[in-house]
Design a protein around this ligand. Sequence first.
Ligand code: AMP
Length: 365
Amino acid sequence: MQRLSPGATIGILGNGQLGRMLCLAAARLGYRTHVYGPETDSPAEQVASQSTVAAYDDEKALAAFADAADVVTFEFENVPAAAAAFLAAHTQVRPTWKALEVCQDRVKEKQFFASIGAATPNWKPLNSLQDLESAVRSLEPPAVLKTARLGYDGKGQAKLHSAGDTKAAWDAITGGKPIQPNGAFAVLEAFVDFRCEISVIAARGQDGKVVCFEPSENDHANHMLATSTVPARVPAETVAEAIRIATKAAEALDLVGLLAVEMFVTPSGAILCNEMAPRPHNSGHWTQDACGTDQFEQMVRAVAGLPLVDPMRHADAVMHNLVGPDVNDLDRYLSDPHAHIHLYGKREARPGRKMGHVNVLRPKI
Ligand code: AMP
């Protein structure tokens, strides 16, 4: 294991709120951070030791960034393949391209889940309206059409309530324009009438040790995470199975860093994997205040070659996302001693923009 010394620099590709919280965790362990992304005055830039504002395909800027970092990691998975390869040629990169590549494409992700024996909703890959029509005949609606790449928070998705919605759903995800597929353009997924949604954040160190946070139960509003609750209201067997799947996924990807796996729990108690991300995850923010070691510190430990530890959850928690104007209603949290407030330093509270979150703790039952 190659352990970074205090004062070493962790480069972080991406400069949003996840990067910001990674920088804060790295600073606690004595590391400098250098964030890279196209936006100015970004949440991460405000707290990083150094920042480069440049496009992800700016090879000159990427080379200077890689040369200045002892290790490079990511706060998002949609890194262009060329940028990832370029960085890997210049410095150590954790996690590697393999994990990013699988997680940035829903087809590869579902094939990966199948390869480790983890179930997913039934699905079909497709590239045209004709493909969609035939997928609708075999996967009877209700179903969800999703772009294979670059979808998040419900973007790039359309629900089909019946076969009559086929054309409208196709137009909704293509914008009515011709598509340029890179592999399969989209997938049609059976709609799951789930009992609840859960996610597990797994951390894997350079020595291959995996440490998982227990599953949180996640509720969404307007296709965006609204709350994460711990403990999740699922039986102990479901907790154990969810942790087993996340551990196996992190191992099979040979990942160093974090892997968040989102899952549906069906009325019969089965687990169906929805998607995963090789980075800190919004549904893991509760760990910041309810655990001895949070997801951001585990990620820094992993990429810096430090040992991972038992997260030691000491409280029950509900994480509330502050989306858009929610952030103007802070007073009720400011006067609550059980509420731990995290704001991302964004000046403008546009609708749908994640502005911060609050972890409300209760004594552990
Ligand atoms: P995703 O971007 O795939 O995480 O989807 C966003 C949210 O849409 C999920 O967290 C679910 O609440 C819902 N959703 C996505 N796919 C399905 C599905 N196949 N069945 C039911 N709900 C879904």
